[in-house]
Design a protein around this ligand. Structure first.
Ligand code: NAD
Length: 505
């Protein structure tokens, strides 16, 4: 495929970048498979234990120089990266679609998100503001500065194989950190392609060692990153069980984490909602990316007065969803990522039936090449065990509610807390939903769905979603350390709190 060539993906590829690509005999191979066809699309040499050490050492060396590079100059690197990504938007969007299985439009959207966060980070490079504050002591002042942290680890999930890296990398770079990226082993080609794009820019700016890559099993190189005391921050995006392990392992050595974990996102549809808008948003939220977004809509809490109309309009849309080749422009829903995902989907549908749920639109595996399924809608009770879990597939639960208070109570009654939304024209309902007594998620939208965030706001969730924040707003502070300094510009020895020490009264 021509676009693979354009991205530098030919032959057996190295999965280790330490200021230069590292390869050679004796490394385990990883094969990347297209979920739409089951065919092999690339082979990568995985990072060995010795490679890891080399990556860490070269990153540390690069960081020592990078931390002293003025932040606005670091911003120029990211400005060029945004331009380079603009040039490669189409081939990279296609690769995301080919390797992960999301439709091409969503692949392009992911690359656009990379560009957007780079643009954001360029401005940020001149806004890493610290505060100054009055001192209680005469001829003293107090200031805070933000300094780079060091070599940070970025571990990403398969479902956003390029954007989540950029969210972290663009901010970390302007903040003065060097980084080691461990992508999902389900999407290694995307990582190599992005690294190739980054390298073109880094070479021009003589900072190749700042952006590094390791590809290998979570249980080997991923674990190495978690346990490495030289890594002050691990930004982890993935499932709740894995996030718990990351938190425990990094926490044990008192390292820092940013955790972006699973969601169980609900849309509330009140009796006065614009039903067509709600149906379109839920359709995109549940079927888009084949239900494989952290922000995918998993539950609809619909008022009993409009449930019938809402469900019949939604089912009508499901009947016409075009499932197939994600690179075909007429396709709306591509495959699931692999066989394991189909098994989890089938298990969840079985659980729903066993618990007494009612299937409103039947999901099932589509036989043939690739990991394709039909999406499913089921009417359930919020307290079913399976409803309390995140099933990473196009399985949508309908739950009846009878008031705003009932909606908020059921909405919050799950362990996760990522994204949420309400459809209503009622000012009181809308404000209540975003009040301290409303949604307990990290994100709450009004009259738009749960998925499709912009980079400007801080992105992340509460409860078992992990509490991390990435992307816009002041998420950058997590990639830096704060240095508070008190400065005496006079010549008197003066202690705070009026303490006298060894002086005559
Ligand atoms: P996953 O937890 O299986 O894997 C995530 C990453 O962890 C992968 O890179 C994997 O190789 C790595 N890993 C596995 N074992 C490890 C170990 N012992 N040490 C270190 N790393 C290890 O998740 P997934 O299936 O790739 O992605 C789907 C999940 O990610 C869903 O739960 C989804 O909601 C979540 N997600 C969350 C966000 C968010 O921002 N909140 C965004 C995207 C995805």
């Amino acid at each position: 495929m021509e676009f693979m060539k354009e991205l530098g993906l030919e032959g057996v590829l190295s999965g280790t970048y330490a200021g230069e690509w590292i390869s050679g005999e004796g490394r385990d191979q990883l094969v990347s498979v297209s979920p739409a066809t089951g065919e092999t699309i690339g082979t990568i040499l995985q990072t060995s234990e010795a490679d890891y050490e080399r990556v860490m050492q070269s990153s540390t060396e690069a960081w020592k120089k990078w931390r002293m590079t003025p932040a606005p100059i670091r911003g120029l690197v990211i400005r060029d990266l945004a331009d380079e990504l603009r040039k490669f938007k189409e081939p990279l969007g296609k690769l995301v679609s080919l390797e992960m299985g999301k439709i091409y439009q969503e692949g392009l959207g992911e690359v656009q998100e990379m560009i957007d966060i780079c643009d954001f980070a360029v401005g940020l490079s001149r806004q890493l503001y610290g505060k100054t504050m009055p001192s209680e002591r005469p001829e003293h002042r107090i200031q805070e500065q933000w300094h780079p942290l060091g070599v940070i680890g970025i571990i990403t999930a398969f479902n956003f194989p390029v954007a989540v890296y950029a969210w972290n990398a663009a901010l970390a770079a302007v903040c003065g950190d060097a980084m080691i990226w461990k992508p999902s082993s389900k999407t290694p080609l995307c990582a190599v392609a992005v690294q190739n794009i980054v390298n073109r820019v880094a070479k021009r700016h003589d900072c190749e060692g700042v952006f590094n890559l390791i590809i290998g099993k979570g249980s080997t190189v991923g674990e190495r990153l978690l346990q490495d005391k030289r890594v002050p921050l691990v930004s982890f995006t993935g499932s709740v069980p894995m996030g718990r392990h990351v938190s425990e392992t990094v926490g044990r050595r008192l390292g820092r984490t940013i955790l972006e974990l699973g969601g169980n996102n609900a849309v509330v549809v009140m009796e006065d909602a614009d039903i067509d808008n709600a149906v379109n948003s839920v359709f995109f939220g549940a079927v888009g990316t084949s239900g494989q977004r952290c922000t995918s809509t998993r539950r609809v809490l619909v008022h009993k007065d409009v449930k019938g109309e809402f469900v019949s309009k939604l089912v009508e849309k499901y009947q016409h969803v075009r499932i197939g080749d994600p690179l075909d422009s007429s396709t709306v829903m591509g495959p699931l990522v692999d066989e394991q995902a189909i098994v989890a989907y089938e298990r969840a549908m079985d659980e729903v039936k066993k618990a007494g749920g009612k299937i409103l639109y039947a999901g099932e595996r589509i036989e043939g090449k690739g990991s394709f399924v039909k999406p499913c809608i089921a009417e359930v009770k919020n307290d079913f065990k399976i409803v309390q879990e995140e099933t990473f597939a196009p399985l949508l639960y309908i739950i009846e509610i009878d008031s705003i208070d009932d909606a908020i109570e059921k909405h919050n009654d799950v362990p996760q807390g990522l994204s949420s939304s309400i459809f209503t024209r009622n000012f009181h309902y809308a404000e209540k939903f975003v009040s301290p007594a409303g949604s307990d998620c990290g994100m709450a939208n009004i009259n738009l769905g749960t998925s499709g965030a912009e980079i400007g706001g801080a992105f992340g969730g509460e409860k078992e979603t992990g509490g991390g924040r990435e992307s816009g707003s002041d998420a950058w502070k997590l990639y830096m350390r704060r240095l508070t300094s008190a400065i005496n510009y006079g010549s008197e020895f003066v202690l705070a709190q009026g303490i006298k020490f060894g002086e005559d009264d």
